[in-house]
Design a protein around this ligand. Structure first.
Ligand code: T1G
Length: 699
């Protein structure tokens, strides 16, 4: 293996280069190489200063995350950065790309830092459920101040070079070629008699912070960091940086770093880091599959979904043709889009001029013939199979050969839709999540006959419009909704059994959902759920199934949009409604549903294990490529806290034997219909394996 760290000297300037593609992660050979190179630098009497630079597309982007579940091997990073900082001669970090985590910690161990204008630096460990455990929590507050350092570490957001420069994290912006610029900067420092500047020697004056600073900071961050373990540990590290000498507080950092590393939260968040990258790897659609041109887009249906979808394209500069059935519907659709943009203008994130420019990129039409030359059509009308088939037959007739014909259906059979055309190979599902202009998740639904280049084109399109795209197979509800049905079903049944909807939602919220099942149902619209239930031809033969929703819809209680659903609404504020409790009691009596005491643990088991079991069935049927794809769906589409890692990762955390045994407990009470463990779950539980191990063995 070529040397990942090399030592050269240009006159009196040592040049130490890291070359460890793809992101110069600080794997063991890199740490060993750095330790050796800086020892060589210290001993090299001809070298008066050193430049640390990286080959490839970026400066060191962090510790090697793939090493985290293995025993730490010496030299570990805190030791390497201590050795660098202790050098008696100056070291200049030359930064390009993204110096993140351990990479930025390494740069902070250098005595000076320079960077190209496009560089970014930061400590995003919190996104992995960690903290900057190689002195980052101790150096950054000393370098840029306590408040700015906490903001960087709690948000995980990188600082662009100009911001870092303004805050003193970067000393010099290099406009030209980085290495030349960095060497010239090092020579200038030498000519100025600059000495090694050690951040660890900076003392933070506690009096420089307002009274109650940390208590206030904790209050301010509470909402954004709800339930996460690492943010509080970061605050504790910074408190130590203020109140203790560096030699002690750096030990506190190591202690809290190890606690984060051992947490289920970090394992879950690291799981999702790799899962987010796995989704683009499709076994039978190679990375180099050619993609079709996608320059013109048409959307059929300008309702809430169609309007939101249109915005995704307009926001990245792609004009849209919006087709509606009549002028009134078209005007209403355009009004929805304008209204959405006006919200953005009000938040100061867009100017009026930009709003008008965006709106000018949307052309309305009532005529299918106007779609003759578009590269892709996305149908976004309401969930009715007959109507969709009629639309696709028309599109088949008017659209040019090679145009991609996509449906935004959230549950219906793509193969049946494709069969209404003569070009099933060009038909695909693009399931956006409401609100389509906000939610990042996109389920790409491949039909039996969908061509591979149509899949590749759709995946590339998703990246262009900044969506997290997961390829799924065809079944009722695909992955996301199919697993959401049991979750809603169990919530509905527990309401009939006497559990207050607000208590179910609170338990789900405290577990880590952005909103409980009942709040979400009211948000989506109970009538929408009722329509889906009616379209679900082979739904469970169960009188209780979604009974409360059916009765509420009959009463015109459609959810938030009608001011009442499972809750009643004072504005957007959901309030428990005694009428719903009474309705539940009456329906339970009529259906013979027993009233039972249910503890919080059971609420969690019934909500999430039913979802997990459906996920296991989905994997067996090949509807999802891997368990981690399902996890990405739930982390991006349903606001499931990233510290849970997604439903399948959560199941692995709980233990599949425990999930299976709980299911058998509920099967005794409720029978086979819903609580028969999926064969895959049974098998893995018996073998003492996880979904993750099963997935790796199949890869
Ligand atoms: N370790 C190992 N592999 C990594 C990696 C890392 N830190 N970062 C990226 N990769 C892999 C990634 O899996 C993918 O692999 C390939 O590189 C390209 O990544 C001690 C403890 C740098 C902004 O959190 O944010 O330092 O799929 O597709 O979109 O205090 O990668 O090709 O096989 O994302 O151009 C802190 C994580 C670590 C940065 C580039 N650092 N990485 O984005 O490419 S913890 C991070 C990123 C730490 C210290 C602590 C991004 C990127 P494959 P990519 P990209």
């Amino acid at each position: 293996m070529a040397d990942v760290v090399t030592y050269d000297r240009d006159g009196d300037i040592a040049v130490i280069t890291v070359d460890n593609p793809p992101v110069n992660a600080l794997s063991l050979p890199v740490r060993q190489g750095l330790a050796a190179a800086f020892a060589q630098f210290e001993a090299d009497s001809k070298a008066k200063a050193a430049v640390l630079i990286c080959a490839g597309r970026t400066f060191i982007a962090g510790a090697d995350i793939t090493e985290f579940d293995k025993p730490i091997e010496e030299p570990w990073l805190p030791k390497v950065v201590a050795q660098m900082e202790a050098c008696s001669k100056i070291i200049v970090a030359a930064i390009h790309g993204t110096a993140l985590g351990g990479g930025f910690e390494t740069a902070m161990a250098c005595h000076y830092r320079c960077a190209v204008p496009t560089a970014k630096v930061g400590l995003p460990e919190v996104l992995l459920g960690l903290l900057a455990g190689a002195t980052g929590t101790q150096r950054l507050p000393r370098l840029i101040g306590v408040k700015d350092a906490l903001d960087v570490m709690i948000s995980g957001a990188p600082m662009p070079a100009d911001v870092a420069h303004k805050r003193g994290a970067i000393d010099e912006i290099i406009e030209g070629e980085l290495l030349d610029g960095a060497k010239a900067y090092a020579r200038r420092l030498l000519s100025e008699g600059a000495l090694p500047r050690r951040i660890s020697e900076i003392v933070i004056d506690p009096a420089s912070l307002p009274d109650g600073f940390f208590a206030d900071y904790r209050k301010d961050m509470a909402r954004a960091t709800r339930g996460f373990f690492a943010p509080e540990q970061i605050v504790k590290c910074v408190e130590a940086a203020v109140s203790q000498p560096y030699s002690e507080s750096v030990l506190r950092e190591i202690e809290l770093f190890m606690e984060c590393m051992a947490s289920t939260h970090s394992k879950a968040q690291r799981h999702l880091f790799f899962a987010d990258r796995e989704i683009s790897k499709i076994p039978d659609v190679p990375k180099d599959t050619p993609v079709r041109t996608l320059e013109t887009v048409a959307i059929v249906g300008g309702g809430t979904m169609g309007g939101g979808i249109a915005m995704n394209f307009v926001n990245v500069g792609i004009p849209v043709l919006l087709k509606e059935v009549n002028q009134e519907a078209l005007d209403r659709g355009l009004k929805i889009i304008r209204g959405n943009y006006e919200v953005v203008v009000k938040k100061g994130r867009m100017t009026e001029a930009q709003l008008e420019k965006h709106m000018s990129m949307i052309t309305g039409t009532l005529d299918y013939d106007a779609l003759a030359d578009v590269d892709i059509v996305i149908e976004a009308v309401f969930e009715n199979m007959a109507l969709k088939k009629e639309i696709f037959a028309t599109l088949d007739r008017v659209c040019k050969p090679g145009a991609i014909l996509a449906s935004n259906t959230s549950t219906l059979d793509i193969d049946e839709i494709a069969a209404s055309t003569k070009r099933p190979q060009d038909v695909i599902g693009l399931h956006f999540f409401a609100p389509a202009n906000v939610m990042t998740l996109l389920e790409i639904v491949r039909g039996e006959k969908t061509a591979k280049d149509v899949i590749a084109t759709s995946m590339a399109m998703a990246k262009t419009i900044r969506k997290v795209a997961v390829l799924v197979g065809c079944c009722f509800g695909f992955v996301a909704n199919r697993m959401f049905f049991p979750y809603i079903r169990e919530s509905q049944l527990m309401i009939l059994e006497g559990v207050a909807p607000e208590r179910i939602d609170q338990v789900a919220f405290d577990w880590g959902m952005a909103m409980g099942p009942n709040g979400v149902s009211d948000l989506s619209g109970l009538d929408v759920l009722e329509k889906v239930r009616n379209e679900w031809i082979d739904r469970p033969d169960d009188r209780v199934f979604f009974r409360m929703i059916t009765k509420l819809v009959e009463q015109g209680r459609l959810g938030q949009k009608s001011g009442a659903g499972i809750y009643k609404y004072e504005g957007r504020n959901a309030v428990a409604d005694p009428a719903v409790a009474a309705l539940a009691k009456a329906e339970a009596k009529a259906l013979g549903v027993a009233q039972i005491d249910i503890n919080d643990e059971e609420i969690i088991e019934r909500l999430f294990y039913s979802m997990i079991n459906e996920g296991a069935l989905i994997l067996e049927e090949g509807i999802a490529l891997r368990p981690s794809d399902i996890d990405v769906v739930y982390a991006n589409g349903y606001g499931m806290a990233r510290y849970r890692g997604g439903p399948m990762c959560y199941a692995d955390t709980v233990g599949l034997k425990n999930v299976r045994d709980a299911m058998l407990k509920y099967r005794k009470r409720y029978g086979d219909l819903y609580w028969t463990p999926a064969p895959l779950l049974e098998q893995l539980a018996d073998d003492g394996k996880t979904f993750d191990q099963w997935s790796r063995e199949r890869a």
